[in-house]
Design a protein around this ligand. Structure first.
Ligand code: TMP
Ligand code: ASP
Length: 252
């Protein structure tokens, strides 16, 4: 499919104008960054795995009635999505303490939380995506009260879906981050899950062994990132079980 002009290049993806008005082609790069891009590398195969995994999760969400921007995967690295206005928030849902929450509150990583906890960060690389409260969001007009009610509903539905899918393949969903976009349909607007859902934006631990199968493998130098992501894809049936570990072949 013909790509249009480049619209935006981020740390892990490039967006191009799509073939029809209101569509965008999302290209998954092999670049990995952490700690606000202080640590970076190019990891052969990461883009293709995230493209396929994000397709899988977005399609599943669409099928259970959680709206997403996803339209279809085009090839190994690209997917067609609906263009939307991204709300400048990272929405984080946590089921078990880890990462910045463990550091901030002194809770041991892996401790189950009394209930899923939703946090909001303001999307601004120069500021390092700071944690904000609903007071900041309302006062600065980043989202309305109605938006926040809808965002919370979407975030918790994504949490239930992803936790269930992962549990089914022996993986614990520790936490994840999503982004939400606004799409306009005539006089109406609605919110959809946008960006990507992949092991770049989740924490995934093997239920039996606690092995990390997400971007912490890169952040903390724990081994091969593509082996970890390929293991998630393999368990979900996106890579044949008997495929060698070195070069995963994605199933169409
Ligand atoms: P944190 O513990 O570092 O705040 O991360 C919480 C979750 O959000 C974790 O699943 C990783 C994800 N995340 C992103 O997707 N992008 C980011 O820039 C950061 C900091 C975290
Ligand atoms: N994606 C963010 C960055 O580059 C942070 C992270 O995922 O740890 O730097």
């Amino acid at each position: 499919m013909a790509r249009g002009k480049k619209i935006y290049e981020g740390k892990a993806k490039i967006l191009y104008e799509g073939p029809e008005p209101g569509t965008i082609i999302q290209y998954f790069k092999d670049d990995a960054t952490a700690f606000n891009a202080e640590k970076r590398d190019v990891i052969d195969g990461k883009g293709a795995l995230n493209n396929r995994l994000s397709e899988y999760f977005m399609l599943g969400l669409n099928q259970i009635g959680v709206p997403t921007h996803f339209l279809k995967r085009l090839n190994m690295r690209e997917q067609l999505v609906r263009s939307c206005e991204i709300i400048p928030l990272e929405i984080i849902v946590r089921n078990f303490a880890a990462g910045s929450m463990s550091k901030r509150l002194g809770i041991e990583e892996g401790t189950q939380l009394p209930r899923p906890i939703v946090e909001y960060c303001y999307k601004d690389d120069a500021l390092g995506d700071p944690l904000v409260t609903e007071e900041h969001i309302a006062a600065f007009g980043w989202a309305s009260q109605q938006d926040m009610d809808d965002i919370l509903g979407l975030a918790l539905r994504v949490n239930d879906y992803l936790s269930g899918v992962m549990y089914g393949v022996g993986i614990k969903l520790i936490d994840f981050k999503i982004e939400i976009g606004r799409v306009y349909e005539g006089d109406f607007q609605r919110l959809v899950v946008a960006d990507e859902i992949s092991p770049d934006s989740c924490r995934l631990w093997d239920i039996e062994t606690g092995q990390k199968l997400d971007k912490d493998v890169f952040r903390r130098d724990l081994g091969s990132l593509t082996d970890a992501y390929a293991e998630v894809a393999r368990r979900l049936g996106l890579i044949p079980k008997n495929n060698g570990v070195t070069k995963p072949t994605l199933i169409n």
